[in-house]
Design a protein around this ligand. Structure first.
Ligand SMILES: [Mg+2]
Length: 219
């Protein structure tokens, strides 16, 4: 068996947005009465949706987060992305090296967030028409829905999809979708990605990891 599709997470895999996003999230949650550090945000929410943030925080807070929480978050996030965002180190060369595989993006972010981020680093055209957001499915990561939806839209069987993910939520989602997963240990320690089929800590290792996964799958 060969893989037909390479599904890429966006935040932390294509764009180096997690330091910005978790800084903004920690700051905003703290302002909303739920003191949160950057490190806690990375540990608890990295790779998840804002729905997951509400589900986690509101029971602890004993009241809903403000109705405009998501709007305030995105306003600050987009301003900082446009000013500061960069692609993940080495990812463009890694993508060029595996361009024999079809690719798509599957992200917990809203479509506007994904497109704002990819445009800021010059990668939007590369994935045009092959971008899937958690907004399009009932349940975000760690549920399998988004990966299954992306595979279906791209015409690939889940078992023939290879996913690149940097978060525990994303690895869980991909395995629940019966896909093969390469974990990228960027901000997340490799041991928290132990559910992945392979873990790399530099994007330069991605082409070799893809090749190894192909060999194992066809053995
Ligand atoms: Mg991610």
């Amino acid at each position: 068996m060969r893989f037909d599709l390479l599904i890429l997470d966006n935040d932390g895999v294509l764009v180096d947005s997690e330091p910005i996003a978790n800084g903004v999230l920690a700051e905003l949650l703290t302002e909303c009465g739920h003191p949160t550090t950057y490190e806690e945000s990375v540990r608890d929410y990295l790779g998840g949706t804002l729905r997951l943030v509400r589900q986690t925080v509101e029971p602890r807070l004993g009241r809903p987060l403000p109705a405009d929480f998501e709007d305030r978050y995105h306003e600050r996030l987009f301003a900082r992305m446009r000013a500061e965002l960069t692609a993940v180190a080495g990812v463009v060369a890694a993508l060029d090296a595996v361009d024999h595989l079809a690719t798509c993006v599957a992200s917990s972010g809203t479509r506007e967030r994904i497109e704002t981020a990819l445009a800021a680093v010059g990668l939007l055209a590369r994935f045009d028409g092959r971008i899937f957001s958690a907004d399009e499915v009932a349940r975000g990561k760690p549920h399998p829905d988004l990966f299954l939806y992306a595979a279906e839209r791209m015409g690939a069987e889940p078992e023939r999809c290879l996913v690149v993910e940097d978060s525990p939520h994303g690895v869980t989602a991909a395995k629940a979708a019966r896909m093969t997963v390469i974990g990228y240990a960027g901000l997340t320690p490799a041991e928290r990605l132990a559910g992945a089929d392979a873990v790399i800590d530099r994007m330069a290792e991605l082409p070799a990891a893809v090749g190894l996964a192909q060999d194992l799958a066809s053995a």
